[in-house]
Structure formats: structure tokens, C-alpha cells
Ligand binder design. Structure first.
Ligand SMILES: Nc1ncnc2c1ncn2[C@@H]1O[C@H](COP(=O)(O)OP(=O)(O)OP(=O)(O)O)[C@@H](O)[C@H]1O
Ligand SMILES: [Mg+2]
Length: 350
């Protein structure tokens, strides 16, 4: 279990700057997710930590030790990739044992550890199966057990669940979290699924063009996006263009809105952000301060929720409501929306 640190790391491939002066510190036993759009540098970051590639400048440290001259094998890092990559000619238990054998562990130790790990991932019954006799989810569990077998100090997971269907993903993501909590291994988890990142991480680092755009707990990332990119990337958000007038007053095409205190924001062009679930269609004690009138342009069913699209002064507000007593709302209906200042956030225009 070691701390992982990148200090001012830059990595270029020809003319492409994949990683640009990146600073990142993952604490000992922390579960950190890297999320961000395709090509933003997530895999490159993992490859730099694992040692498959070296930084052009800056440093990678594991357990406070500079890894510049340390080979992949000596970094004590376990890696699980998207496409399982099990050895097809080896059984599940031989796959799990592979790393320990390569490190010349004693046979007794190997047998005990393999039994333990297969139990941990719930596949004791499949010990003698070959990869082609296992489902995708089972193969991914074996890949995880194989990565854990060498008792790595750091576990790197690159979209390990993306090839699986939604149900298996859900089960496995909680299993990964449980195993990480039990073992206390410092874990860096790459996913493009931001919901997954919010669900299982201690902290989330949102990457954009080779840099970290925002880092924080899932709650902070969701409720306090610090930039327009964060507000757009994580979850569904209403972003209304207008002007900050000072004194917590925001003006847009539809009038003025009392917004939450926006520390340090200077008057000028900005965005008002409000999550769909924070908008109400009835006046309540908490939501009465701001109201906007509009016309319902659409209604979609989301299981427990119904999402309305309400047009007002050229902006479309998405509103998520519990799926109860909403029969009377249909397309074309005029309606008022209410929301409280403390549920809004003002974001500077970049
Ligand atoms: N070996 C390589 N040679 C050339 N360019 C590369 C190489 N590896 C990565 N890149 C480039 O570096 C950038 C970052 O790539 P990276 O694979 O880290 O992205 P990513 O965030 O993992 O994306 P995805 O979500 O699609 O997996 C991209 O522009 C990519 O084209
Ligand atoms: Mg990638």
C-alpha cells in the first residue's frame, strides 16, 4: 500500500501532448478514479505509473520513491485492462498463479494464495476452467485476482468493466470496491462512466486534454463543479447563460435569479448551473425564492423519475421529478419552475 505521486509530468507522442505538467497525489489506500473524455490522457497516466512509458519531464513516485530508473517488474504494481487478457492455455488458477510463479514463490504459498483469491472473487468452483469456458464477468474477476496475486502496492484498473453488460458491471463494481477496502491497496481506476466513478471512489479526478480539470470527493465533483467543463461532464446539468451582477444576483433572458454565494466571482458573463433534481414544479418552503415560467416541450420516463424538458426564454430546463401524479403534465402545458438559491452555482465563462 503506497502513495502514488505524479509531479509536473509531461508526456508527448510526436506532436501530441498526451499529458501536460500533470500533478496528482493518490494517498495510501485511497481509491481514486480518473474520468474524462476519450483521448484526455487516462491510459497514458496509468502507463506512466506502471512504467510502460517514461515521462518526458517530471517525476513519478511510488511510496515517495522516484520510479525513473525502476522497471515495470520492480514497481509492484498490479494492472487490469479492459480486455481481460488472460492466458488462454492456462486454467483460472494457473492464470492467478502466474505472477507468483514468475517471482519464484514457494509452491505451498502459491496454492494457499490462489485458493484465497479465487474465494475472494467468488470463483473457487471455476479453478480448473480455461478462459474460453468462463463468461466475460468471470474472466474479468480472474484478471483481478491475477493482478492482486502478487500483492501489489498499487492497483491500476483501466476500464475493467467496459466490455460487460450493465447488470454484471453493477455487481462487479461493488465487488471491486469491497476487495479494495478489504485489502487497502492504493487503487487508480480509469473509467469513462462518470456515474461509476462517483459510485465507488474516495476521490475523482476529472481529466481534460492531459490535465486535471478538477479533483475532489464524488460529492464535491457533483455538487460544486468548478468549471464549465466539470459542470457539463459530470451528470446532467442545466446551464443557463447570463450575467453576474454582483450581490448574488444573476440576470438572464428570463429575468433575475438569486444565486448562491459565489466566492470570488466578479460581475460579468457567466453560467448559472442547476441540477434537474433541484427544480420543483410547486412552490415549497425551500424552493420558492426563484421562479421561471415556461412551456413543457417533452416528458420522458426514467423508471423512478420522469424528466421534463421545459422551455423558457430560449433555454431548455430539464426537470427530474418523482414519477408520481404527473399524468396531468403533457407537452404544451404552461408551467412554473421553482428553485432555491443554495441549489444554484455560478460558473465563470472561460
Ligand atoms: N503510443 C501512442 N502513440 C501516439 N499517440 C498516443 C499513444 N498513446 C496515446 N496517444 C495519444 O495520446 C492522447 C491520450 O491518449 P490516452 O490513451 O491516454 O487517452 P484516454 O484518456 O485513455 O482515452 P480513451 O478514453 O479513449 O481510452 C491521445 O491523443 C492519443 O491519441
Ligand atoms: Mg484509455
Amino acid at each position: 500500500m503506497s502513495k502514488v505521486e505524479l509531479r509536473g509530468v509531461t508526456k508527448k507522442f510526436g506532436r501530441t501532448t498526451a499529458i501536460s505538467s500533470l500533478d496528482l497525489c493518490v494517498e495510501k489506500s485511497e481509491f481514486l478514479s480518473l474520468v474524462g473524455p476519450s483521448g484526455c490522457g487516462k491510459t497514458t497516466t496509468l502507463r506512466l505509473i506502471a512504467g510502460f512509458i517514461r515521462p518526458d519531464s517530471g517525476k513519478v513516485l511510488i511510496g515517495n520513491k522516484d520510479m525513473n530508473r525502476v522497471s515495470v517488474k520492480n514497481r509492484d504494481v498490479g494492472i487490469v485492462f479492459q480486455n481481460y487478457a488472460l492466458f488462454p492455455n492456462m486454467t483460472a488458477s494457473e492464470n492467478v498463479a502466474f505472477g507468483m510463479k514468475a517471482r519464484k514463490a514457494e509452491q505451498g504459498t502459491i496454492t494457499t494464495r490462489v485458493t484465497e483469491l479465487l474465494e475472494m472473487v467468488g470463483l473457487s468452483a471455476k479453478a480448473t476452467s480455461f478462459p474460453n469456458e468462463l463468461s466475460g464477468g468471470q474472466q474479468q474477476r480472474i484478471a483481478l485476482a491475477r493482478a492482486l496475486a502478487i500483492e501489489p502496492r498499487v492497483l491500476l484498473l483501466d476500464e475493467p468493466l467496459s466490455a460487460l453488460d450493465a447488470k454484471v458491471r453493477n455487481t462487479l463494481r461493488f465487488e471491486i470496491k469491497r476487495i479494495q477496502q478489504e485489502s487497502g491497496i492504493t487503487t487508480i481506476y480509469v473509467t469513462h462512466d462518470q456515474e461509476e466513478a462517483l459510485a465507488i471512489s474516495d476521490r475523482v479526478a476529472l481529466m481534460n486534454s492531459g490535465r486535471i480539470e478538477q479533483i475532489g470527493t464524488p460529492g464535491q465533483i457533483y455538487s460544486r463543479p468548478s468549471t464549465l467543463f466539470s459542470a457539463n461532464f459530470v451528470g446532467v446539468n442545466n446551464l443557463i447563460k447570463g450575467d453576474y451582477k454582483g450581490n448574488e444576483i444573476f440576470r438572464w433572458a428570463g429575468g433575475t435569479v438569486s444565486a448562491a454565494c459565489s466566492c470570488g466571482l466578479k460581475p460579468g458573463r457567466c453560467w448559472l448551473s442547476i441540477r434537474p433534481e433541484k427544480i420543483k414544479i410547486e412552490k415549497t418552503e425551500e424552493s420558492q425564492s426563484n421562479s421561471v415560467s415556461g412551456v413543457c416541450r417533452g416528458k420522458i420516463f426514467l423508471g423512478p423519475l420522469v424528466r421534463l424538458a421545459v422551455e423558457s426564454y430560449g433555454e431548455m430546463f430539464l426537470v427530474d421529478l418523482l414519477n408520481e401524479n404527473l399524468q396531468e403534465i403533457s407537452t404544451g402545458k404552461r408551467m412554473d419552475l421553482y428553485f432555491a438559491p443554495e441549489n444554484t452555482l455560478l460558473i465563470r465563462e472561460e
